[in-house]
Design a binder for this molecule. Structure first.
Ligand code: PGA
Length: 257
């Protein structure tokens, strides 16, 4: 599949920001601004806001999702949230293995793999986040680390089930630091991921799979990524909290299609 036939997907990751009311204000204003965008617009919002924002965004170009979930179907796991609960609340997708989850909450590839399986089982689109640390890059281990994250994260799942998977490449050193990665470097990592996924899944599925870049994306650098043939979208933290910058990034991506 040619690059141009993959849609662009721009995802905002709100992390632990925005109350329900703040989220509603944002989404009601965002919808008309992105109404004509051929790019897909995703927002990964706090658990508490999913239900209200999914209602707000019904029949609009904005898709609401979650930032995490537990791997179990249900159970005595105080403070955790199950995939089927997110689905019922209106989430359509879920970020899995974000580096903040890996680093701060000690999530490993095996736990993330169980979450990917559960997400697919309950009908949530998994967005598998991968990326190397600064040390791993300096040691020349980027490809090795990413390959293991993909291989172990997707282990035991038939390719057919992974048709709907999205991958987000987020170098840990670029997240929230202002040190966004060079688009050429990102392109080469995306190309590596797609090639590896061709072997792991099928050629056809890997060719249509959306691979996003994330890490200090801003209004001024977003366009540079979307020009690259294997960068199909962006996962945006800080810059997704401002209606102005987020909607502008979405609308700028139109011209790249
Ligand atoms: P950032 O975050 O855009 O603030 O660097 C990206 C992310 O963590 O998904």
């Amino acid at each position: 599949m040619e690059q141009s036939s993959r849609p662009k997907v721009i995802t905002g990751n709100w992390k632990m920001y925005k109350t329900i009311e703040e989220g509603k204000d944002f989404v009601t204003q965002l919808i008309p601004l992105v109404q004509n965008s051929p790019a897909k617009v995703y927002l990964a919002v706090p658990f508490t806001a999913i239900y209200s924002l999914a209602k707000e965004a019904e029949n609009s170009p904005v898709t609401i999702g979650a930032q995490n979930m537990n791997d179990a179907s249900e159970g005595a796991f105080t403070g955790e949230v199950a995939g089927k609960m997110l689905k019922e609340a209106g989430a359509k997708f879920v970020l899995l293995g974000h580096s903040e989850r890996r680093r701060l909450f000690k999530e490993d590839n095996f736990f993330i793999n169980r979450k990917v399986k559960r997400a697919l089982q309950v009908g949530l689109q998994p967005v598998l986040c991968v990326g190397e640390t600064k040390e791993e890059r300096e040691e020349g281990r980027t490809e090795e680390v990413i390959q293991a994250q993909l291989k172990e994260g997707l282990d035991g799942i038939g390719s057919e089930l992974l048709k709907n998977l999205m991958v987000a490449y987020e170098p840990v050193w670029a997240i929230g630091t202002g040190l966004n990665a060079d688009p050429e470097i990102v392109q080469s990592v995306h190309q590596f991921c797609r090639q590896f996924l061709r072997e792991l899944l099928t050629e056809e599925i890997a060719n249509q799979l959306i691979i996003q870049y994330g890490g200090s994306v801003s209004l001024s650098n977003a366009k540079n990524y979307l020009k690259e043939p294997d960068i199909d979208g962006l996962l945006i933290g800080g810059a997704s909290l401002s209606l102005e910058s987020f909607s502008q990034i979405v609308n700028d991506s139109i011209h790249k299609l």
